[in-house]
Write a protein that binds this ligand. Structure first.
Ligand SMILES: Cc1cc2nc3c(=O)[nH]c(=O)nc-3n(C[C@H](O)[C@H](O)[C@H](O)COP(=O)(O)O)c2cc1C
Length: 225
């Protein structure tokens, strides 16, 4: 059994690690009419001024039929008034969870801007045409990767993955069209609520949440930080 030595132990004084967040706030009057428009505004800022490596990286949390939660990072590939779209393997743990329980949370951790967006909603598979249109835009190697990996299954070793990839690369050399794997596709998350969190001074952050109404409209509520 490996012992945790002093050298491995937490090298920082975590209890004293804290940042003062910027003072610029988010007021009700500044919000767009819909959460998707507001998301578009913040996303544009995150992508252009935020200094972030992948602002479209989000934490997707699902739960199985017994309520056991799991989270992982996934890339947002499209959003509009219909919802937020990501692509994955339909045999993966997340996809199996969503088949049993379509409730999902998406979290965008935009730390450099002291911002966070949390979308709660229901995930549905995208249509095959939409999936195929996106698949065609992926680089050839990523298309092969979608075939090569049985995502979330236990593999014997790295060699197994490399061998599967090499076999596919021989069957579909660069320039050949790779068929869309039937076990791969998109999910569209239809939002029920979207919270915009802006860090403020003295931990008095702004939290404004859009909640879907029965008429298709949105109401906004402020939450305690
Ligand atoms: C930055 C980043 C982006 C990722 N993007 C995706 C993605 O778009 N789709 C995907 O299926 N997995 C993506 N992954 C891998 C997932 O985090 C995860 O390992 C995989 O989807 C299997 O998750 P599951 O076993 O919980 O279903 C990404 C990981 C990272 C760190």
């Amino acid at each position: 059994m490996t012992r945790v030595t002093d050298r491995d132990a937490v090298p920082f004084d975590l209890a004293s690690m804290r940042k003062q967040y910027r003072a610029e706030g988010l007021a009700e009057a500044d919000l767009a009419a819909t959460p998707v428009e507001q998301f578009a505004r913040w996303f544009r800022q995150a992508a252009t001024e935020g200094g972030m490596f992948e602002p479209n990286a989000m934490v997707v949390s699902t739960a199985d039929a017994e309520g056991r939660p799991s989270s992982r990072t996934v890339l947002l590939k499209h959003f509009d008034e219909r919802g937020f779209v990501f692509y994955t393997n339909y045999g993966s743990r997340k996809a199996r969870d969503l088949a049993e329980n379509p409730q999902v949370s998406l979290l965008f951790p935009w730390h450099p801007m002291a911002r966070q967006v949390i979308v709660a909603g229901v995930a549905r598979r995208t249509g095959r045409d939409e999936t195929a249109a996106y698949f065609r835009t992926r680089p050839h190697g990523s298309q092969l990767g979608a075939w090569a990996s049985s995502q979330s299954s236990v593999v014997a070793g790295r060699e197994e993955l490399d061998a599967a990839y090499a076999e596919l690369a021989a069957r579909y050399p660069e320039g050949e069209q790779v068929p869309v794997p039937p076990h791969w596709g998109g999910f569209r998350v239809v939002p029920r609520s979207v919270e915009f969190w802006q860090g403020r001074e003295n931990r008095l952050h702004d939290r404004l949440r859009y909640v879907a109404g029965p008429d298709g409209g949105w109401r906004v509520e402020r939450l305690g930080p």
